[in-house]
Design a protein around this ligand. Structure first.
Ligand code: NDP
Length: 499
């Protein structure tokens, strides 16, 4: 098993290129074993103020470094992450619980993002356009916003941070990052990598602490001009309204109630595999996790049989064991939330086909485990079919037509990811047009985003911004429109136009 860098028992903040001790701290628990792995600092708002001062100074210089040179640092970050991939993956499994294969996938996502965004150092494209006047030139270009605040959740402790911080850095911003207190180790390791990669002091600052103290201080600080947040709907809405009052730019990604549609012409074996992977991968704790299956009545029974057979082979346990398919749930509060929804589902009249209970035997030590759970005969308006449970719980809803399937898919307040299994090309194209989510999969489950495409959703999932892809650059840059008149005389737009 790997050890933390510098044999640390207690993590340190990374502010202005220096490692800083904080007096107050709390234990970080490995959700697979219930054992403490490290102490995470609980910083105060003064630390945020100090980091903002440092970031302000650093950003002014960083913005003047040519973008291809800024990108060189990201290439080095990518190579260091690649070198340390196995170490990072094991630490990720220890702090978050996801199985090691998925942890390796998450670290790989960060590596991909580093190289992709480093490439932007030689692009950061603006536009050149004709102008309506003679001897005049027009173009648009991106410029950094300044100091960027990043607030990330525990379910993807490294990937989400890379989706946000790498575009911010290549575009010439300085970053203040508050990782989730539940999973701080990836942030500590990534800060070390930034330091070793030669990122100038103050360009990346990592502050550990609670959302209520450090997060709020960031959201309310006048000099942080952008907040990029991923997490719960309630927290995101509060952040958005605080930012709105300050006219601060805010980008939100707040989860989903994602569905897989299985039509009567689908490959059912493939559909069952897609559902299993997207419903129970990361123990259902992904914002894109499948938590509804919308199935045509003609194939309902056949699909249920396949799902139940496949679920019987899912091993639940410590994700560091390569044979384990499903890891633990993040903490006791999350277990309690899942249990609450199992009760609600039963009371609402859905039929429990499998699971529905916490796993507490000796094999599961003192960790937090929940059995993969399948409800059937759910109806679209039940709470288990409307609200985000964030655990290994999936509910089957039966429909009679393609049109009804689309309507049920769209009948939730979220709009992150959806999927359809069908062999009818006409239905594929109609589904792309009519499904109202930001991400759509055809003949694959609801998870599996790649970093060079925009990630985010419609309706209650967010506020119109996207993580990753070139679209992420829009969050961290301002557009400037530039007009150069080389006529040597005053030319008035819309007025001195020759007809
Ligand atoms: P939160 O939204 O509370 O946490 C996400 C991040 O926001 C954490 O870093 C947290 O800090 C921080 N935060 C919390 N409160 C504030 C605040 N007032 N101001 C600024 N930052 C704040 O989610 P939870 O971890 O509590 O999870 C609860 C539910 O949210 C889950 O069950 C799930 O339904 C959903 N969720 C969705 C995610 C997604 O990917 N869209 C990811 C995670 C959760 P800290 O935790 O350190 O206090």
């Amino acid at each position: 098993m790997v050890a933390l860098s510098m044999e640390v028992q207690k993590l340190k903040n990374y502010v202005d290129g220096k490692w800083m001790n904080v007096n107050k701290s709390k234990a970080v628990i490995n959700p697979a074993t219930g054992m403490e792995i490290v102490q995470v600092p609980l910083s105060d708002s003064d630390t945020v103020n100090a980091a903002v001062r440092a970031a302000g100074k650093a950003q002014k210089k960083w913005a003047l470094v040519p973008a291809p040179q800024r990108a060189e640092v990201l290439y080095r970050v990518g190579y260091l992450m690649k070198e340390r991939k196995e170490r990072l993956s094991q630490l990720l499994t220890m702090e978050n619980g996801k199985v090691i294969e998925e942890a390796r996938g998450e670290v790989q996502e960060g590596i991909d993002m580093a190289f992709y965004m480093a490439g932007e150092g030689r692009r950061l494209f603006g536009q050149t356009t004709p102008t309506e006047l003679k001897d005049k030139f027009a173009m648009s270009q991106r410029s950094p916003v300044g100091i960027v605040g990043i607030i990330t959740p525990w379910n993807f402790p490294i990937a989400i941070a890379t989706w946000k911080s790498f575009p911010a850095i290549v575009a010439g911003n300085a970053v203040i990052w508050k990782p989730a207190t539940e999973t701080p180790i990836m942030a500590f390791e990534l800060a070390k990598i930034f330091e070793e990669a030669g990122l100038p002091d103050g360009v990346m600052n990592v502050i550990f602490g609670s959302g209520l103290v450090v997060g709020e201080a960031m959201v309310h600080h006048d000099d942080i001009r952008v907040i990029s947040f991923t997490g719960s709907n309630d927290t995101g809405r509060n952040i958005a309204s605080a930012c709105g009052k300050q006219l601060k730019k805010v980008s939100l990604e707040m989860g989903g109630k994602n569905a897989v549609i299985v039509m009567d012409d689908a490959d059912l074996d493939l559909a069952a595999m897609g559902i299993l992977w997207s419903a129970f991968g990361t123990s259902g704790q992904r914002c894109t996790a499948c938590s509804r299956v919308i199935v045509h009545e003609k194939v309902k029974q056949a699909l249920e049989e396949r799902l139940l057979a496949a679920m019987a082979n899912l091993s639940v346990g410590n994700g560091l064991d390569e044979s384990i398919k499903i890891g633990p749930i993040i903490n006791q509060a999350a277990i309690d939330k899942i249990k609450k929804y199992i009760k609600i589902g039963k009371e609402e009249g859905a039929k429990l086909l499998a699971g529905g209970f916490e796993l507490t035997n000796e094999h599961h030590q003192k960790g937090y485990y929940f059995a993969p759970t399948l409800f059937t005969d759910a109806t679209p308006n039940m709470r288990i079919a409307q609200e985000e449970i964030f655990g290994p719980v999936v509910s089957i809803i039966t429909v009679n037509s393609f049109e009804e399937a689309i309507e049920v898919n769209n009948g939730v307040t979220y709009g992150l990811s959806s999927s359809i299994f069908t062999s009818d090309v006409n239905r594929v194209f109609k589904a792309q047009r009519d499904l109202d989510t930001g991400i759509i999969y055809v003949n694959a489950g609801t998870t599996g985003a790649e970093i060079h495409l925009p990630f985010g959703g419609t309706k209650g999932t967010g506020n119109g911004h996207r993580d990753s892809g070139v679209q992420a650059l829009d969050v961290f840059t301002e557009w400037k429109a530039i007009y150069v008149d080389y006529s040597g005389k005053l030319q008035r737009a819309q007025i001195d136009v020759e007809s």
